[in-house]
Design a protein around this ligand. Sequence first.
Ligand SMILES: NC(=O)c1ccc[n+]([C@@H]2O[C@H](COP(=O)([O-])OP(=O)(O)OC[C@H]3O[C@@H](n4cnc5c(N)ncnc54)[C@H](O)[C@@H]3O)[C@@H](O)[C@H]2O)c1
Length: 270
Amino acid sequence: MNRCVVVTGAAHGIGEAIARTFLASGDSVLLVDVNDQLLQATTTQLNSEYPNKVSCVVADLSSPDGIEQVIAAAKLLPGSVSCIVNNAADQTPGTTASTSIEQFQRTMFINVSAPFLLVQGLLDDLIKTQGNVVNVGSLVGNQPIPGRVAYNTSKAAVAGLTRSLAVDLGKHGIRVNAVAPGHIMTDGEEKWKTVYSDFQQRVFPTSYALGRVGHAEEVATVVVFLASPAAKFITGITLPIDGGMSILCPETASFTAASVAQSYGLNEGT
Ligand SMILES: NC(=O)c1ccc[n+]([C@@H]2O[C@H](COP(=O)([O-])OP(=O)(O)OC[C@H]3O[C@@H](n4cnc5c(N)ncnc54)[C@H](O)[C@@H]3O)[C@@H](O)[C@H]2O)c1
């Protein structure tokens, strides 16, 4: 295919994998990110692999100005935008007691308002192309983790936004879907090891029916499927990509975690 796709948060991690997968399908991609240095490096790399298919815009999606910059860059693409992937997210941790209203609103703006405003700003393109939107939610939208009040709330709202946009835009032939990943190793196993303790590395996979956490490419292929004509009768869903984490009985997971810990002679927190 040769569509114009906008991917936010594309300098790194899942967004970069999504951009790469669209490019491998023959699409042109506008990479959006706030991290200038990383964005330039990723754009240079992808351009060398997919010449004339990659463009980028540095934009901070925490304000309407940033959204305007993305819309202006999208209007310079060789064709109308036929897919928006809202992947960028603010993941700042915080409890009910520690989260300021400014931080709460910032997380909600980047994770929920920005996707809404991008769709609104590029609606003419989406109508023209009978295009679609894929939002990147999270498992925590349904199963919140402690100490992430704003992030959890925003990801629940992403699922609601997805349904609301789908209902509103279906009459134009525009589909709107979301994915809800579980733990994804965005930098491969080496980085995973620096972020999580040995105990966490061994115990996290016990929460998954498949016995392991995921890889960015495993999210990217599903996003590209949802954006493709193969999914042309699917709209309004939030599809878990979680190796069966959301269907596993917590009791089973905790028994398995305890037995893993015991077999390694580990105590929780070590
Ligand atoms: N990695 C996981 O385990 C996991 C699990 C569930 C959901 N997700 C979701 O997947 C998406 C990508 O996550 P990731 O792990 O690849 O994250 P990441 O931090 O590796 O990448 C996110 C990208 O978004 C960019 N970004 C952040 N704030 C921005 C802003 N204000 N404006 C523009 N760009 C901004 C960052 O610079 C970064 O390049 C997010 O929506 C996240 O909530 C990730």
